[in-house]
Design a protein around this ligand. Sequence first.
Ligand code: NAI
Length: 424
Amino acid sequence: MPAAPKATRASKIGIHPEGDYVGDNDMNGTSSNGNGARSHHEDKFRALARTAPVERSVALPLQTEETVESEAHLTTLAPVSEYLEKLDGPQTIHKVTLIPGDGIGPEVMQAVLRILDATGVKFDFERFTAGADAFELYGEYIPSDLYESIERNRVALKGPVTTPIGGGFKSINVTLRKKFDLFANFRPIKNLPGIETKWPGVDLVIVRENTEGEYLGLEHEVVPGVVEAIKVITEKGSTRIANFAFDYARRHGRKKICAIHKANIMKLSDGLFLRCARKVAEGYPDVAYSEQLIDNTCMQLVMNPYQYDTLLLENLYGDIVSDLCSAFVGGLGLVPGANLGADCAIFEAVHGSAPDIAGKDMANPTALLQSAVLMLRHLGEFTAADKVQKALETVYGVGKMLTRDVGGTCGTGQFADAVLAAMG
Ligand code: NAI
């Protein structure tokens, strides 16, 4: 396998080696709306065009033992040693920001914390509320202490937070991802033993761009009855997510990446996304690259998910396809996720706050638990990660102590008890 080029320190921290501004000449700080004032949208576009590490952009690694042992692999993403340096050296106690969330969040988080406690790994959790609960308590949807905690700890474990539909405050999830520039949303889709679905043996990875597209929240009413929503795709955003996908594929022996798009209609935006992906693909001859229209992909996925390996998607397409793919492995209660940036990582399940089952002791904590396993690996706690994963697979393999969403009768706490028992 060809060795990947070494990431420079400048690129690692997101600063372009040749300065902090890489953009279009039209975006040189002069007003473009004709009245000398910059619009809110213009400021947002300028911010996006700034600090564009178009050559290479690096997310913290999802570590595996392989990445620790192999120097060649260390250069493909942020080196483990530098990550530990950022945390002031190897940690004996991991400081982690904890956001239980709302809805089923506190229930599944409690189950996961009991299991993490049993691993013997020492954590110092800094716990925060966010969203409507935080607003009631502190008058802020995201307390400033929470931002500071994530900045300090660089790692967070998060439960789902409800977002009001069609109005109200902005999504806490999207806000946190943007604030910490967590550009890579990583979601592995893999069957657990004993869970019968129509598609056994699925092994897919979804890499979703996490910071732009339709999720910038650039919406306004042009005139009553006409609303405009702006989708923003940048060279910077598209290049770094493609880099992440290809780096991940190479380090983990994944064979092919399919970039999903709608460039027949979104010619400029999705066209740019594709051009960036193609350029990055040229540097990875060992990973096969293909492209497919999103509508066709949805049909193809349902017909035959085995034809895919790693999917590379913009923000909205990735969000939708993630839920679709969760059905292959038993539903939203099972699929974990990680939001990765150059400086921080937030681990959270794919699912939301599930208000329909909140407070009923029905939620499956597996998705958050598997997210916590990703976090353990990220922190270098491989033995603990393996122990939890093995226990989880044992419980599913035996199939007697499962939650309702996957055909069992157990409550959230009983399921956690079963995993704890399997850990011995
Ligand atoms: P949802 O993911 O909360 O629920 C969809 C369906 O899956 C529901 O029937 C629910 O009962 C089921 N489900 C979800 N997680 C489950 C679990 N762990 N165990 C068993 N069943 C589970 O999606 P929905 O209803 O569209 O969204 C509810 C709220 O969550 C919304 O306010 C949404 O904005 C928010 N949300 C938050 C996310 C986050 O915090 N990262 C992600 C997605 C949605």
